[in-house]
Design a protein around this ligand. Sequence first.
Ligand code: FE2
Length: 176
Amino acid sequence: MAKAQGKGDTGYSGTRWSTRNSVGENAKNVSLTTLQALLTDAIDLYNATRQAHWNLKGTNFIGLHEMLDGFYNDLNESTDALAERLVQLGGVANGTTQNLASTTRLPPYPADLLDSIGHVKELSERYAMVGKALRDGIDETDDAGDADTSDLLTELSRDIDKKLWMLEAHLQGHGN
Ligand SMILES: [Fe+2]
C-alpha cells in the first residue's frame, strides 16, 4: 500500500523484529519514528554537502571545498549511528533513494548552483533545519523514556551546531 507523503510522513515502515533490548515499547515506537525521520534528513544533508563540495566556485574556494570534505565524512558517521540505533531498537532502517526523495523534510537542493557564498547560504539553511530537528528529537525521545537515543541526538546536535557556526562565519559581510 502506498504511504501518504509529505511532512507528516516519517518514512518509517513500522517493520519490527524481536529484540531483548529492554527499552519500553512506547519509547521504542517513538524513537523508531524519530530516528527514521532524522536518518532521512541527515542523508539528504550529506548529499547536499557533497553537491556543494563538488560544484562551488568563487570566494574562498579551497577553504570551503576542504571544510565540506570534513563535513560529509562526519555526516557519514552520523547517519551510520542513527541507522544502527534504529536497528538496535528492533526497527528496519530505510536508506533507499526512493524513501529519501519522498520523505525528506529538507527543501530540494539547487542542482545548478555554482557561487560559493550561495552554497554556504543554502547549506546554512539546511544545517539549521537538521539542528532543530535533532533538538526536537532529544525531547521527544527523552520524554518517551529512551535516554540513550536522546543522548545520541544530543551528541549529533552539538556537531551540527558547530558546523552551522562554521558555515555562517563565511557569510560575514555577505548579508549573513
Ligand atoms: Fe572530494
